[in-house]
Design a protein around this ligand. Structure first.
Ligand code: SF4
Length: 64
């Protein structure tokens, strides 16, 4: 699947995505959620994060 994207202006830093899918969503040193650069993304876990994000700010990259 495509790399997910987090709309940081909407993110409330609840940490749900990091709990559900820690290989992809990382709270970085500057205090924002970062999407890891991976060769592939675990679709089920990413979908779970998308579903549970309270701000609905995770989406699939529509580019590329
Ligand atoms: S689940 Fe959504 S609101 Fe919560 S930290 Fe992740 S991207 Fe931000």
């Amino acid at each position: 699947m495509m790399r997910p994207v987090v709309e940081l202006s909407e993110c409330v830093l609840c940490g749900v995505c990091c709990s559900v899918c820690p290989t992809v969503f990382i709270l970085n040193d500057t205090g924002y959620i970062e999407v890891a650069e991976l060769d592939g993304y675990p679709e089920d876990d990413v979908n779970e994060a998308i579903k549970n994000c309270p701000a609905s700010c995770i989406s699939r990259d529509k580019g590329a």
